[in-house]
Design a binder for this molecule. Structure first.
Ligand code: NDP
Ligand code: MG
Length: 389
């Protein structure tokens, strides 16, 4: 199957390349995008002479690559939109490993073009879950989640999707899970980026530390599996071995246990749910040396409560949640605001927003733009010490 990979230079993107490299009999890479990091381009082109098109942000670098590889078409943000790659390449599946809002229009474009969409970019569903489900209902596009929790739930639902009482997402608690809220006042982004389990992109690492990532994942599960908020829960789990589970009405549980390795859910999505076995799992359950679970407490991670808001009220709240968070996280990564300011900014934007129900794509884009401006005004006030909460 021909694959177009968006976000090849990132954590999920490079692991997708790994999966494709190991399964050349099933997958052919026909195009890919990077953002600002271009170092992987030559490596990927050497491994995949099937690539016809590459997108990158910087036009000067695109010029350089056009000379170096005259048989490949290089486009840049100056010449094209990222989603143009979807029309230019002969792909059946689009893997969206972009981070943040940058993934939204490519997701929508891929579904409109009736592609199979393997989606790591959960922000697409947070911002536009309703719209994406409409496209799935009306067109021939297909959606396969890459997020490990949703991949585990997908496997469980395949075995039995009736009499499910609740779907439960497991959560590590993020980099600051051992700290209480008073101890969060001075934590720095550089501390959070030392994530305990595996190396992810910077934004999702901070999203895990604030746990807005889990809020996003509840929303993602709600739209993917069309479950109401009341049937989705969270449990803290230290080892990250149980990737999520279903609780059935008869009191039984079904979940997936394996070593955390994103190549497994990536592979499951690329094979569209036709089981391929993990190469790297436990030889025996006795290797696990204990699994530890703790009750999730909303007071410790208040951002998670906003999932109820978004799934129940829908409309433009997801767009607000995403943009306020995205800008706050960027400011925190630059040490411009404190860790708890992220939360304050997101709550402020959500509380002040007037929801638009059944939004069109242009409504979502407008709200995204407005919130971007408003969030930056607040960040500027914080930087000048003028913000009082
Ligand atoms: P990374 O930051 O590592 O990678 C993001 C990719 O998107 C990079 O290739 C980056 O390009 C590209 N990109 C960012 N902005 C733009 C832009 N404006 N135009 C074009 N390309 C852009 O993120 P991750 O791989 O960690 O995460 C990707 C998605 O997967 C996120 O939505 C995340 O929540 C989700 N996810 C990630 C997991 C993980 O383990 N990493 C687990 C589950 C979900 P460049 O770096 O070259 O600028
Ligand atoms: Mg996840």
């Amino acid at each position: 199957m021909n694959i177009l990979l968006l976000g090849a230079s990132g954590s999920i993107g490079s692991q997708t390349i790994d999966v494709i490299n190991k399964n050349p009999q099933d997958f052919t890479l026909v195009g890919f995008s990077v953002g600002k990091r271009t170092r992987c381009i030559s490596y990927i082109l050497k491994k995949h002479p099937s690539v016809t098109h590459v997108y990158m942000i910087d036009e000067a670098k695109a010029k350089y690559y056009r000379k170096k590889y005259p048989n490949v078409t290089f486009i840049s943000s100056k010449t094209n939109k990222l989603e143009d790659l979807i029309d230019m390449t002969d792909s059946k599946m689009v893997v969206n490993a972009l981070v943040g809002f940058s993934g939204l229009l490519p997701s929508i474009h891929a579904l409109k073009a009736n592609k199979k969409l393997a989606l790591a970019n959960k922000e697409s569903l947070v911002v536009a879950g309703e719209l994406i489900n409409k496209l799935l209902d009306q067109g021939k596009g297909e959606l396969y989640p890459i997020d490990s929790e949703h991949s585990a739930l997908w496997k469980c639902l395949k075995v039995s999707d009736t009499h499910v009482k609740k779907m439960i997402l497991t959560a590590s608690g993020g980099a600051f899970r051992k700290l209480n809220r008073d101890e969060l006042i001075n934590v720095k982004a550089s501390d959070a980026l030392k994530h305990p389990t595996w190396k992810m992109g910077d934004k999702i690492t901070i999203d895990c530390a604030t746990m807005i990532n889990k809020c996003f994942e509840i929303i993602e599960a709600g739209y993917l599996y069309r479950y109401p908020y009341s049937k989705i829960g969270v449990t803290l789990h230290d080892e990250s071995y149980l990737h999520s589970y279903l609780e059935y009405e008869d009191g039984s549980f079904r979940g997936e246990i394996s070593k955390p390795d994103m190549r497994n859910p990536i592979k499951f999505a690329l094979y569209q749910g036709h089981i391929t076995f993990s190469t790297q799992s436990f030889k025996s359950l006795s290797d696990l040396k204990g699994l530890h679970f703790h009750e999730f407490k909303m007071e410790r991670y208040p951002l998670v409560s906003l999932a109820e808001f978004v799934l129940n009220k829908k409309g433009t709240y997801g767009a607000v949640l995403n943009r306020a968070n995205e800008e706050a996280v960027h400011a925190y990564l630059k040490d411009e605001i404190s860790f708890l300011d992220i939360e304050r900014i997101v709550f402020k934007m959500m509380n002040e927003h007037k929801n638009i129900t059944n939004p069109s794509l242009s409504d979502l884009l407008k709200v995204d733009n407005d919130i971007n401006i408003k969030t930056h005004e607040v960040i500027e006030k914080i930087k000048k010490g003028e913000m009082t909460w």
